[in-house]
Design a protein around this ligand. Structure first.
Ligand code: ADP
Length: 254
């Protein structure tokens, strides 16, 4: 069994699409209990990096390790190792209730395939009760337990973002990767999101936060990696990144 503090380590990851290098030698470390921000202009390789960590893409070069190498190709295996994620566009089943969406997520993020999930509702009442309890805990963590039995398509976009985070949290992951969670949220919703992410990391989960919203990044991250054209332009603490000359001119527009 790995140490609880074992980080996810990416070393010199290279990945091309049709001969174009989307990421070109990216290295970064996601520590448990910390928030790691990943920023950069559009097309700089942020989502691709996240997809490599989640096993969706196999890198041409380099490695992803969690104590030992993580083999590419099986996102559900990653989830089994405690790496959960959200997507830029929430993947929610509108006709199902909020809590069912969170419960479905437990199996999607977990070992079962999506088809298995659809056709194998929990076989035992005890399993179902346990899963439902975990889903309620996750919904409470994001402040949406009052909406548990509401059909998901009745919710606002911002609420669905929080449902998606609950769905990722239901398996109590060691690592949580969030792909632009602040997109489309109001200022007060972003404040709620910031408090939620900080709380999640304080409980020991390592967070990778891919985000456009620079204020949110500088506010809550322990460490920031800035990508540009698929390469690491800078890495450091928020206060180091804020004043980094190339970052300011290439990305922050100062
Ligand atoms: P970001 O998340 O920073 O906006 P991406 O990781 O989405 O950047 O994209 C990095 C580069 O890789 C871009 O040039 C993009 O066009 C390209 N890219 C990403 N995904 C694919 C894909 N599936 N097929 C072809 N090119 C892709």
């Amino acid at each position: 069994r790995r140490d609880e503090r074992t980080p996810v380590v990416l070393t010199d990851i290279v990945l091309s699409f049709g001969g174009v290098r989307a990421i070109d030698g990216v290295s970064l470390t996601i520590e448990t209990g910390k928030v790691h921000g990943l920023i950069g202009p559009n097309g700089s390789g942020k989502t691709t990096t996240l997809n490599v960590i989640s096993g969706y893409y196999a890198p041409e070069k380099g490695s992803v390790t969690l104590g030992q190498p993580l083999e590419p190709g099986a996102p559900e295996t990653r989830a089994g190792r405690g790496i959960a994620r959200t997507f830029q566009t929430p993947r929610i089943v509108g006709e199902a209730s909020v809590i069912d969406n969170v419960m479905i997520g437990a199996t999607i993020q977990g070992q079962a395939t999506f088809m298995e999930t659809l056709f194998s509702l929990p076989r035992h009442r005890a399993d179902e009760r346990r899963l439902r309890g975990a889903a309620m805990t996750a919904l409470a963590a994001v402040g949406l337990e009052a909406l548990a039995d509401v059909r998901a398509d009745r919710l606002q976009h911002s609420e669905l973002r929080f449902v998606e985070i609950a769905r990722a949290l239901v398996l109590r992951p060691a690592f949580l990767m969030l792909d632009e969670p602040a997109a489309g949220l109001s200022v007060s919703e972003i404040e709620r999101l910031a408090a939620l992410i900080k709380g999640i990391s304080r409980q020991g989960t390592g967070v990778l936060l891919v985000e456009h919203h620079a204020d949110l990044i500088f506010d809550i991250c322990d460490h920031v990696t800035v990508l540009n054209l698929g390469r690491v332009l800078a890495a450091g603490t928020p206060s180091e990144i804020r004043v980094h000359k190339e970052v300011v001119s290439a990305y922050l527009g100062g």
